[in-house]
Design a protein around this ligand. Structure first.
Ligand SMILES: [Zn+2]
Length: 294
């Protein structure tokens, strides 16, 4: 069949048909029909098989089934003439599924794309088939070029008091089973629930910062130390663990815990504790990103 100098069959259907034909030859003893495979090939097939091949539209250029005729008393009148032309490839995309994950740390209704996902793409070999009834388009073969990956989108429920201050941040990975978001900050990987923009000032335990009755104790009774921060507890609840960096990258405060409060610390303001007054002065006031640790 490869000697007539034309294309080899390309479709799974054609290969199946040729296998069927080969099987027919071995079953010649019970063969009831014959059809001619253009132009040199003459093979046997049963009536049912001829009908099946015809129904499946398996023949295409150059394997054009030109004629089928009976070889026994069993009637067989299948005649198929199909011409396949304009064989070409088309890409077909199937949109990926989007998984929505609730986040208490985003405002109600706000969405944040964690992973854009990827559509499944198929390369489809198609052809026009000419029949006495006209031209129609058929698919010869399809091959999957790329596989779908789910898109993941965080959808805010606004349940956390911090949600109204949440900000966009860049997520390096996302664990769909636990909902944990990983962010890369300062070369380390942090597991976070979200992040908030805040305006940060600095203080120490001295009387300038804390007044004449400064005790070194926080509002929650802990001893103030580096990592202690003062918050508005109606916004950032006591006990919240954070990782704080300057938004412009000029300073890393690092791990912190919301343990203290202060008269001027309202809304999304935080006061960062330093061991010495000069360190606090050195920090001054900076816009910061406070990652809310999981
Ligand atoms: Zn001070």
């Amino acid at each position: 069949m490869s000697n007539h100098g034309k294309k080899q069959p390309r479709s799974g259907k054609a290969r199946k048909a040729l296998r069927a034909i080969a099987a027919c030859i071995t079953l010649a003893a019970i063969t009831v029909g014959v059809f001619v495979l253009f132009p040199q090939e003459e093979v046997m097939a049963t009536t049912d098989e001829v009908a099946e091949l015809a129904a499946e539209e398996v023949f295409f250029e150059p394997y054009q089934l030109t004629r089928a005729r009976p070889v026994s008393t069993v009637q067989e009148t299948v005649v198929i003439t199909k011409q396949y032309t304009n064989i070409h490839y088309e890409n077909e995309e199937i949109p990926c599924h989007t998984e929505y994950v609730d986040s208490a740390y985003l405002p109600l209704g706000q969405e944040m794309t964690i992973s854009a996902g990827q559509n499944a793409v198929f390369s489809v070999e198609v052809a026009d088939v000419q029949t006495p009834e006209g031209t129609s388009r058929i698919e010869l073969e399809r091959e999957q070029v790329s596989y779908a990956e789910d898109a993941v989108v965080l959808r805010g429920t606004g349940e956390s008091r911090m949600s109204s201050y949440s900000t966009g941040f860049s997520i390096s990975s996302f664990d769909e089973s636990t909902g944990a978001m990983m962010v890369n900050v300062d070369g380390q990987s942090l597991q976070v629930l979200g992040a908030i923009n805040c305006n940060a000032t600095a203080y120490c335990a001295c009387s300038i910062c804390c007044g004449p009755y400064a005790s070194g104790r926080t509002a929650t009774g802990t001893v103030a130390r580096y990592g202690t921060i003062a918050v508005d507890p109606s916004i950032i609840p006591y006990g919240t663990r954070l990782y704080i960096v300057a938004a412009d990258g000029s300073f890393t405060y690092g791990y912190a815990c919301a343990e203290d409060c202060g008269g001027a610390i309202n809304g999304c303001r935080v006061d960062l504790f330093f061991e010495t007054h000069s360190q606090a002065l050195g920090f001054g006031r900076r816009n910061c990103i406070a990652y809310i640790l999981a």
